[in-house]
Every structure is written in C-alpha cells, then in structure tokens.
Design a protein around this ligand. Sequence first.
Ligand SMILES: [Zn+2]
Length: 324
Amino acid sequence: MTHIHNSARGRAAFAPLAALACGALAVPLQKGCASVPVVTRPWSPPPASADDRVGVCPIISALSTTPHLVLEGEGGLDDVVLPVASFLVRAGGNLFLVDAGVAAAERRALPAGAADLVMGFAYSPAASVAAQLAGAGIRSAQLAAVLLTHAHLDHAGELEDLPGVPVVLSEPEAQSLGALPAPVRDFSTGRAAAAWQLLAARMRVVRFPEGPLAAVDILPGGAMSLRFTPGHTPGSMSVVVSSAGGTEVMLGDAALSARHVRDLVKKGPGGRVLDADPELAWRTVNRLHAWMDGHPDWRLRAAHDEQAVRERFRFRACARDLLR
Ligand SMILES: [Zn+2]
C-alpha cells in the first residue's frame, strides 16, 4: 500500500505539459490563448504493480429533487431524490477520482439559494468531495488524476478545491469549453472561460480513436480504460475498471441510471433538455445497452442513479476498506 500514499508516483507518470501557444494539436481554451496539447494517451502507466486491488467508493456530494414525470416522462409529479455522485477508485496502485462534485461550482455559478431553486440541488459544505476525502484521511496530493466524465458544474465543481491534481477530459469536451463565451459565466459548467483557462495547465486532453464506444487505456491490460460516450455533452466519457472481482462502468451522465441502459429507458423532457444532443445521447445508451448484453454481471454506476442515494453515509467506511 505504500505507493497509494506516495503522491509523487501517480503524478510523475503524467508527461509534464506546459501551457503552449495555440497550435494544430492543441485545444484553445480561450481566444488568443494558452492552450492544452492533445494526447492519445493521457497517462504513462506505471510499471506493473504488485498491487492489483481494484475498488470503487461513491462520494455523494449533493442531492437533487426532481419530479419523476420531468425526468422519465412518466410516473407523475411525485419527487424523486437523485444523488450527485463522484467516485474514488483504487486501481493499478493509484487513487483516481471520477468527477469532482458540485459544491464549489454551485457557489460560484449562482447566488445563494438560487441553484437550489433552479436545479433542486441540496448540499452542505461538509458533504463536498474535498471534505469527504479529508474526513477519510485522503489528501488531494494522493490522487493521481481526476477523470472528468464531462464538464458540467455538478461534475467539475470542486476542481479548484483539489489543487494540483491533473484533470483528464476528452478532446471534444475541452473544445466545447474553448467555445464558451468569455467572460460570461456558463450556466451548465458553472465557470467563465477565464476560470477554465486557469485550470488549463492541469488538463490532459484525450483523443479517442474513431468508432462507437471507442476506448483509451489508462492502465495496461484493460484494468482501467475510458470509453467515449457522447451526447449528454459533446465529449462525455465513461470510466471502466476491471479486476478478477468484476467490472464496473462509471457512466457520468451518459445514462440517468443503470436501469436506463439495461432496460433501454428513454429520458423524459426534463432529462433530455440537459442533453447537448439528445439523439446522440440516445444512440450512446443503445450502444451501451448492446455492450452490456454480453455482460449481465457488470456494475453500471450513473452519477445520478437514485439507487445510489443510499450510499451517502457509507463513503468513510468504504474508503477505509479501499485503502487497507
Ligand atoms: Zn450531472
């Protein structure tokens, strides 16, 4: 377990990237800008580790209350409570964070109370990802990277509260940030383009190969990989971790729940309105459905799956087991 606590190991595995002038292989995050080089491999995997333990711990940083009808297009006006989940992942002797909570972005994006009215988010600073990691004795320096499924404010909210941690995101997602109208604060990402620019030096922008559900390996041997699952945002991606104990797929918002993939449930109007490209999002759900057909035992974890609400008091115990 020593390597889990050795922050330098995970960090050193990333090629050092300086902010460059805008170039052919770079994603400009702002006009006339420093920009971020694009890589086909965001991560030089560490040498084979004796530590082959794999584990996933959900971190629920907020709850959101939405009428069922709005979300699913059925089920009446009764409220459903959805979590905002990030995940602490142990794999290849490193700790990763999949997505980075809502709290900080919500504070930045909207006046106090307004986000609660508009988005139905309810959170407390004590439930922030950074606070829950600290409560489990985990410093941000121990995280090898934040794997950002997409750049919405409820997934990228706390990046500033995790200083220095590399942020891995897809090329189309980074490009969409570059298209934000600076200096106006963007509602869906919770930041102005200038705020994203301040994060540029930490970004590792991944170029996926062509094709549906294209994959980029994070760890060798399929132990951890990214899958391109666009539609909810232009560059949404999912994170897959595999071990002898099983495979888990963290979907971000590529689907609203595991059930939406397994049973091919279409989102209601309130769910679709949050998708940048609802048709592409539905194609992605269909592709995931076909993929999962051969893997009935794989665990699908969507960031807002109502089934995960019950995980909100379990993080500390889960992390204790994960770090053991
Ligand atoms: Zn979300």
